[in-house]
Design a protein around this ligand. Structure first.
Ligand code: IMP
Ligand code: MG
Length: 183
């Protein structure tokens, strides 16, 4: 879906499709260099990270495996609740594996903090985090992603996988949602 179709709902465009793909291509090369010959398990956190795991995986030029987990934290509002619940677990056993977690956005960090706790108890060899966006000022947990697409302000964004009440994921850019939509 294009900007013109929902222009009243969007305050500004932050990243175009080209900017998004260029950035992921760069990070894909870095991951390729780092993990050549190690076959990491790349874990996507659904639903938001679906877009990013698809894009990133194709830019990694060595063998990887892919698995998915689903958590719920937001319900249907724009504020993180801090209550994080696992809804779908991995298929793979991760003991002794190199893990790369793919997240769409790091906001308070509650989701990722809980997830990393769960995964560490399963004794992987290593765990690193890729997040496409990070709201630096919103972070409440000690999480340092190894790869960050872009740092953004503490604003609610939609598009290119990011939703508000499950809508706007199919915008072909990332933009700031007009607060009038949710207030
Ligand atoms: P955290 O647990 O507070 O870090 O929240 C992480 C999750 O909240 C993300 O995976 C998103 O699903 C959602 N989220 C946080 N900020 C935004 C936003 O600006 N737009 C859309 N979803 C968001
Ligand atoms: Mg999410």
């Amino acid at each position: 879906m294009r900007y013109e179709t929902v222009k009243e709902d969007i305050v500004k465009i932050l990243f175009t499709e080209k900017q998004i793909i260029d950035r992921i291509t760069t990070i894909g090369k870095e991951i390729t260099n780092e993990y050549k010959g190690r076959c990491p398990l790349v874990i996507g956190i659904l639903k938001g990270a679906a877009t990013y795991i698809e894009l990133l995986a194709k830019k990694i030029d060595t063998h990887i495996e892919i698995d998915y987990m689903t958590f719920s934290s937001y319900g249907n509002s724009t504020k993180s609740s801090g209550n994080v619940k696992m809804i779908m677990d991995l298929d793979e056993n991760i003991e002794g594996r190199d893990i790369i977690i793919v997240e769409d956005i790091l906001d308070t960090g509650n989701t990722l903090y809980n997830l990393m706790h769960i995964l560490k108890e399963r004794n992987p060899k290593s765990i690193e985090v890729f997040t496409f966006l990070r709201k630096k000022d919103a972070l409440q947990k000690p999480i340092t992603p190894k790869w960050i697409g872009f740092d953004i302000e503490n604003e609610f964004v939609v598009g290119y996988g990011f939703d508000f009440n499950q809508k706007y994921r199919n915008l072909d850019f990332i933009g700031v949602l007009n607060p009038k939509v949710y207030s």
